[in-house]
Design a protein. Sequence first.
Lengths: 278, 309, 354
Amino acid sequence: MTPRKLKNSVMGFLVAASAALLIAVLVVIVWHIFISGVKYLNWNFFTKAPAPMGESGGGVFNAIVGTFLITLVAAAIGTPFGMFAGIYVAEHRGRRFADVVRLCADALQGVPSIVIGIFGYTFLVVRFRSYSALSASVALAFMFVPTTTRVTEEVLNLVPSGLKEAAYALGARQSSVVWNVSIKTAAAGITSGLLTSMARIAGETAPLLFTAFGSRYVEWNMLRPMSALPLQIFIYAGSPYPALQQQAWSAAFVLVLLILLLQYSAKHLIARVLRVKA
Amino acid sequence: MVAQPSRSDQRELVRERIFTAAGVTAAVALVTTIVLFLLELFIASRASRAAFGLPFLWRSEWNPVTEKFGALPMIVGTLITGFGALLISTPFALGIAIFLADYADRKLAEPIKYLIGLLGGLPSVIFGLWGLFVLVPIVSKFEVWFGKLVGSEALVASGTTGVGLLAAILLLAIMILPFSASLILESLLVVPTELKEGALALGATKWDTIQNVELPYVQKSTVGALVLSLGRALGETMAVTMVIGNGMKMPTTLFDPANTLASAIANQFLEATSPVYVGSLIQLALILFVIAIIINIMARVILRRGVQQ
Amino acid sequence: MKNKRHVSILLTLLAIVAVLASGCSSKGGSTTVKELSGAGATFPYPLYSKMFDTYDAATGVRVNYNSIGSGGGIKALTDKTVDFGASDAFLTDQEEAAMGAPVLHIPTCIGAVVLSYNLDGNPTLKLDGTALAGIFSGKIVKWNDPVISALNPGVSLPDLAITVVHRSDGSGTTSIFTSYLAAVSPTWKSAVGAGKSVSWPTGIGGKGNDGVAGMISQTKGSIGYIELVYAVQSNMPFASLKNASGAYIVPSLASSAAAAAVSLPDDLRVVIVNSPGADAYPISAFTWILVYKEQNYTGRTLAQAQALGKLLTWMLTDGQSINEGLSYAKLPAAAVTKALALVSSMTYGGTAIP
């Protein structure tokens, strides 16, 4: 065997081996989360709030409600900003300010989540003298906007210019062209981007530490402190009671399911709309 | 004579104005946000900046009791965990990207890509949970074994809990792996097939092609991907917080508990009472913010050069 | 294309519902306050969580308490982001100044800080102040050190390194424990001192009483200080300590109650470690709820002040029946009288609260 052929085989083997090792680790992690998580799942877990410390029973209903509300409101706040910023950047390609906006979106995306949490605390919580789910949603919205902007811009750029030119030729104004032609064409991509961003912020903990603060009660009021799944996992993970640690795993399992659901909807939505179009 | 604009025309005009205004508002808001962040962090840390000035960056004492703070232990912790994680994960990221791009067939590649995507989407706190209950005991056993092997009581002592820099580096490496692997894979898939086929036609082996055609082609974008992964690692908070041990002193070995900029804030912010303490933690956030922006810009510059190639 | 519109309509509707829900709840509660928030000490958290649960069932008022450590409670009250703070250490002069207004310290129970450890066979150990000061200052490094063996004849102690576990956060429990060490060891007092956060000569840090308990249970050869209930509920062993009278006392609700049989000042800011009583457990302590004396600040309503007053009164009277079930001692009658007096001294706009 020539040296080159030998190297080829060796490298091929190494590559496969590293892939195998990685896959093994990934599978182990996912499997562990699944196995540990399923153990504690019961009806109480989904429907009850936590029991007083040291007592058994109790669940994470407060955290499920919290994640649900905080994520939705964050998405509701962030979507208009993200979409319109994305539209702006797409429509004004090449202009200096659009580049600046794109740069800022990227910069914001790279900001560590703990810094966002600190900003949420100093800017909102202290100012309004109260921990609240709303301040958590605003903090999460800061993380939601950059990805939405980027997705919107990218998907809008994919719209064939012929479509837009035809619309302009018919006398439509820019806003009409963008809204009725570009956005409608890109809708599937944008929605899927929104859902993916939601999946991402649903799992964030650091921004919630200093804003939502956590609560043992099921809370529907956005202006009060609220719990959320990632927060509850963090708190239970640090507890010395095996029962609570077990609940951390199950809460993690629920969170993963939620994120998978959002990601699946994101992909599924594209597929469905594309099939309709085809 | 020019006709008066009709009702619907007027409505359209208003819609147009609102639409344009919305776009500009959102765009300006984005830019303002970054500036606002910088300003707010700067202002909120004034007590600490006044007390320590620029030397804060290289002071190595972090003592909430005497109220003497310095960022060096956290900066060191951040750099060690970030670069350590990058060092460990890069060969594997390259390996798996090359495997998926060049070796695996469709049926094998798709589930693996899905698995990688799944892991990339896992929240940090869940990695922290796994790290705390699965990885840390393993690391602890290793550290105690290693300490006994080299006959160092100190190492054995600091290794008994398992939390510390080593655990954080390993966990971070696993966390940024899916990210860097998918970025590198993306760039590998863009390599024109004619180039690869040309090389093979000339008698090159598969690995020859990879080494001499593909990898040089994606060099810039790979470096960009790695820089982005580094940025990810440097800003990672929850998982690191849960396994790094919250050490306030400068770590001397990899087995020692330590803190990164992010984990120090996560661990201590809720109880910092004095303005100097709070200000120092916010200064850490400021430093982290600046580092993240610099890395981001570096990555963009590298990636843009890569594309132009 | 319809999907996007549907989704955005859905999002907006949900957001409106959420905001309306919050609007309704907060407006509807303008005359009767249904929620209070507090934060602070982990030391009494098992008691508070049960108390607030019971209070909710009895009155429908929900008290949301976040157990983040005494330091966190003080910070939250200073920032005025909560109705009350909770701390096992009373405010330092600096912290009082930062608050800007007088703060009342209302005790709620007496607890015991125990030394829990992780050794094979869960032996019951006896320790004294000298041994503890030595262990926590890093001078005594092995379990079979002569100092420890001398106190525990008949117990076989392993040749294992001692891992000290202390608090990493600003902790009232630390304050209690270090006050004790400072009281029994002049070297500790000058070298390290007492406070919510000290510069520990050795050891690893855990967050909260629960964090320390967790670390002890996971690390063989470790020793740390936690509140009694955490050790009991996790089935962890703890040491009997030699008290000021020379007897070895097992921490319990009786021995911590005995420690409080001292004369109490009117503002109830008193440290009862190393109490002279014959049956007193040496590391017992009060824990306090902190509230501003003048309740009219940053938009607080009279209703909120009233609700807070009612909660505190309940905690000092009916609520005390919960203490002993969780191994916290009840407040002695003298303390309750003084505490109730403090609660009545709360004012709103300068006048007493009806």
